[in-house]
Write a protein that binds this ligand. Structure first.
Ligand code: 5GP
Ligand code: MN
Ligand code: MN
Length: 316
């Protein structure tokens, strides 16, 4: 059932043993909103565990609490509430199997199915971190330097440092308040933008794979097995394709396994959340993704067709 932000706050305040979790293939909003909430609740006497069915990227170093992350490798008993952030229930992986508790879902994905016990979904929020910022205020709590740093990281991660169309006056006011609470924008962006040497070299090779389709409106980047193995982090690679003048939809297809391909889409006009949903994924209007259970070249045909179909349907 859907709940208000106030009710979401009451549900959290009532619980004693809480698990926090988010989506596989973690990003700055995922970890930022999770740890932002964690740091706000620290000192309230709750037992809080953080579970994630994936490894963390290495560019989130400004955030405290990364060492608290555990993998869902054993069943957890006595949990009163699981809060899943920046995610729909189908993307938390094995966490679903090890926790048996009511689920509060706090998210901003337009594709959210709202099937959890308690759902607060605001598709207009720039980031889940922005919702958590509002939630902390709603619960009557203050920001500390740790929660502020994490929430600010979430905001910049999902807004491209306040450049995307999801950036609103409210987002910027929230950011201002987080700076007042001690977040350091220079340090956060420095670490966030840092890449390993191998990842920069891999970006160069990935850029070399970009091809244009559909009169130059679609740019497709391909990260095959060898390229993926040479890069520890491909986050943000798709933006090189998005930045090409005249391109509406940029897509990166990436080897995940034999017959498993990860798809990342970014757009300037087309609703790629709809396109992603048509191939079993989801996301936001301008940033969405999916997993296609085909090899790279089969996935490429499927994805290109889905984008072209989506463009036709949306412009009809
Ligand atoms: P990315 O391209 O950075 O992996 O993902 C872009 C956006 O789409 C993110 O907000 C992410 O949560 C969402 N997304 C990516 N892959 C999937 C997927 O397989 N299913 C759903 N529902 N959303 C996805
Ligand atoms: Mn996310
Ligand atoms: Mn997000």
């Amino acid at each position: 059932m859907e709940v208000t932000l106030k009710q979401a706050g009451e549900i959290i305040l009532k619980a004693k043993n809480i698990v926090l979790s988010s989506h596989v293939n973690p990003d700055g909003d995922n970890v930022g909103s999770t740890l932002g909430l964690y740091h706000a609740l620290k000192g309230t006497g709750k037992n809080i565990k953080i579970l994630l069915d994936d490894d963390l990227p290495d560019n989130l170093g400004m955030m405290k609490g990364l060492d608290l992350y555990q993998k869902p490798d054993k069943k957890l008993e006595g949990i009163d509430l699981m809060v899943i952030l920046d995610v729909d229930i189908d993307r938390i992986g094995k966490v679903r199997d090890v926790v048996d508790a009511p689920v509060l879902n706090i998210d901003h994905h337009i594709s959210n199915s709202k099937v959890c016990d308690f759902c607060y979904v605001d598709a207009n929020a720039a980031a889940t971190a922005q919702i958590v910022y509002s939630l902390i205020k709603e619960m009557g709590m203050d920001f500390n330097v740790d929660s502020a740093t994490c929430l600010y990281t979430g905001l910049v991660s999902d807004t491209g440092f306040f450049r995307y169309s999801n950036t609103t006056p409210y987002t910027l006011r929230a950011a201002a308040e987080l700076l007042e609470a001690g977040a350091r924008p220079d340090k956060i962006s420095e670490i966030f933008d840092q890449r390993s040497f191998s990842s920069v070299k891999a970006a160069g090779r990935a850029i070399g794979t970009i091809d244009l389709y559909h009169d130059g409106k679609i740019a497709l980047m391909t990260v095959d097995k060898a390229l993926k193995e040479s890069a520890d982090n491909t986050e943000g690679f798709v933006n090189f394709a998005r930045n090409i003048r005249g391109v509406d939809v940029a897509v990166m297809i990436k080897y995940a396994d034999e017959n498993v391909t990860r798809v990342s889409m970014r757009s300037k006009n087309t609703n790629v959340s709809e396109v992603a949903q048509s191939i079993g994924g989801g996301g936001h209007i301008r940033a969405a993704g999916a997993t296609v259970y085909k090899n790279l070249s089969q996935a490429k045909e499927i994805v290109l067709n889905a984008i072209i179909e989506g463009m036709k349907k949306q412009n009809a």
